[in-house]
Design a binder for this molecule. Structure first.
Ligand code: ADP
Ligand code: MG
Length: 383
C-alpha cells in the first residue's frame, strides 16, 4: 500500500464521518513543478512542467437531490449550494475553486448531479506548486466521471482553467491544469500553450544520477494580486506594440529594436524563455543533463532582471543550491516567493540541503522547506 493509497483510505473514512454516508470513490490529481518556461503560457508559448508526487484527493458521492456540499480537511469553511444557483460568482474563498469547476463543466453541457465532496491535499498551499490546479483537476475528473460526461483531459483542463479565471478571478494560463491532467511518471511535459499539444519528455533521473529538489522559501505569493496581472498586461501591450497576436510570435530583434524600457525587458524575458524551453527539452531528450545548468541560470537571471519576479530568498536558494553542487537551479512558478527547483546529483542531495539552510540562516531568512519530488501521473481515480 503506497502512501497516497493510505491517504485515500483515510479520506474515505473522514468522508463517512463528515457526511454520514459512504464515499463512492476517491480521485487524485498532482501538483506540479515547472522546470522552465515561466510566464510563457499566457503568451501562447511553451512550458515544461513536471507533475509531482504531491497530490490533492477528493472523495465524492452523488446525491439524489440538487445540493452540492464541499468541505476540506485542510481549510475551514465550505459550501452548501443548490445546483441551480451555481454560477461564476457563487462562493468566496476556497469553495470558489470547487464550485467554479462544477459551473465550468456544466457550461460544457455536462449534466451534473448533486454531490458531496471532501478534499485533502499534501501539495503545499500557495507555494507555487499549484495546489489550486491539483484541486481543480481532481474535482473535474471526479465530477465528469460521476455524471458520465465524455470529456477528454484537455477539455477538463480548459474547464478547470476557466474556473480559476472566471470563478476565482485569477488570470492564470493553462499550464497548471494541463500538467495536473496530463502528467506522466518519469516525464516532463513539453506543452504548447497555443495548440495545447503535449509531448512527454523522459527525464531519466535515475539513469542520470539526479534528484529533483524543491526549495520552498515559504515567502508567500498571491497569483490573484496585482503583480501577476501587471505582468500579463505588459505582455499584452508589448504584443500589441509589435503587431503580433501574442509574444509567441515576436522575434528578439523586433523586441530589441522596437520596444523600450520596461516593456522591452518584459518581452525579452518571454521571447528568450520560450527559446530556453525548446533547448531544455532537446537537452533532456539527448540525455545531456549538463546542458541544463546554463539554461536554468539564464532563465533565472531573466526572471530576476528583465521580468522582475524574483526576490532575495529565491535568488539565495538558487545561488546556494548551485554552490552546493546542483547541476541546474532556478526559481519556479509565478514568482514573488514560492519555490526554486534544482537538479542535484543524488550523492550531494543531503549536503546541498544543509548548505541551502545555513545560507538562509546566515541571511536571517526563515528556514526554507526542502524536499525531493518524483515525476507522477496526472489525475486518476484511486478507489
Ligand atoms: P498555489 O496554486 O501555488 O498553491 P494558489 O493561490 O493558486 O496557490 O492556490 C491556493 C488556493 O487554492 C488556496 O488558498 C485555497 O483557496 C485553494 N486550495 C488549495 N488546496 C486546497 C485544499 N486542500 N482545500 C481547500 N482549498 C484548497
Ligand atoms: Mg495556483
Amino acid at each position: 500500500v503506497t502512501n497516497v493509497e493510505r491517504r485515500a483510505q483515510r479520506l474515505s473514512s473522514a468522508f463517512l464521518t463528515a457526511y454520514r454516508r459512504n464515499a463512492q470513490g476517491v480521485w487524485s490529481a498532482p501538483g506540479r513543478v515547472n522546470l522552465i518556461g515561466e510566464h510563457t503560457d499566457y503568451n501562447d508559448g511553451l512550458v515544461l512542467p513536471v507533475a509531482i508526487d504531491r497530490e490533492t484527493l477528493v472523495a465524492a458521492a452523488v446525491r439524489d437531490d440538487d445540493l452540492v456540499r464541499c468541505r476540506s480537511l485542510d481549510l475551514p469553511g465550505g459550501a452548501d449550494i443548490r445546483l441551480s444557483d451555481l454560477g461564476p460568482d457563487t462562493a468566496p474563498g476556497w469553495p470558489a475553486y470547487v464550485l467554479g469547476v462544477l459551473w465550468a463543466l456544466r457550461e460544457t453541457g455536462a449534466e451534473l448531479p448533486g454531490l458531496d465532496l471532501l478534499l485533502a491535499s499534501d501539495v503545499p498551499v500557495g507555494a507555487g506548486l499549484s495546489s489550486s490546479a491539483a484541486l481543480e483537476a481532481a474535482v473535474a475528473l471526479c465530477a465528469a466521471e460521476l455524471c458520465g460526461a465524455t470529456l477528454g483531459r484537455t477539455e477538463l483542463a480548459v474547464a478547470a482553467r476557466r474556473a480559476e479565471n472566471e470563478a476565482v478571478g485569477a488570470p492564470v494560463g493553462i499550464m497548471d491544469q494541463m500538467a495536473a491532467l496530463h502528467g506522466r511518471g518519469d516525464c516532463a511535459l513539453l506543452l504548447d500553450c497555443r495548440s495545447l499539444q503535449v509531448r512527454p519528455i523522459p527525464l531519466q533521473l535515475d539513469a542520470a544520477g539526479l534528484d529533483l529538489l524543491v526549495i520552498n522559501t515559504r515567502v508567500t505569493h498571491a497569483h490573484a494580486d496585482g503583480e501577476y496581472a501587471s505582468r500579463r498586461q505588459a505582455c499584452a501591450r508589448a504584443a500589441a506594440a509589435l503587431g503580433v497576436s501574442a509574444l509567441r510570435d515576436a522575434g528578439l530583434d523586433a523586441v530589441e529594436q522596437r520596444l523600450d524600457g520596461e516593456l522591452r525587458r518584459r518581452a525579452r524575458h518571454v521571447v528568450t524563455e520560450i527559446e530556453r524551453v525548446t533547448h531544455t527539452a532537446e537537452a533532456l531528450e539527448r540525455h545531456e543533463h549538463d546542458a541544463l545548468g546554463p539554461l536554468f541560470a539564464s532563465s533565472h537571471a531573466s526572471m530576476r532582471d528583465d521580468f522582475q519576479i524574483s526576490c532575495p530568498e529565491l535568488d539565495l536558494a538558487v545561488e546556494s543550491a548551485v554552490r552546493a553542487g546542483a547541476v541546474a537551479a532556478r526559481m519556479t512558478g509565478g514568482g514573488f516567493g514560492g519555490c526554486a527547483v534544482a537538479f542535484v546529483p543524488t550523492d550531494l542531495t543531503g549536503a546541498a540541503g544543509a548548505v541551502v539552510r545555513s545560507a538562509f540562516a546566515a541571511q536571517g531568512f526563515s528556514e526554507p522547506d526542502l524536499f525531493l519530488v518524483e515525476p507522477a501521473d496526472g489525475a486518476r481515480r484511486m478507489m
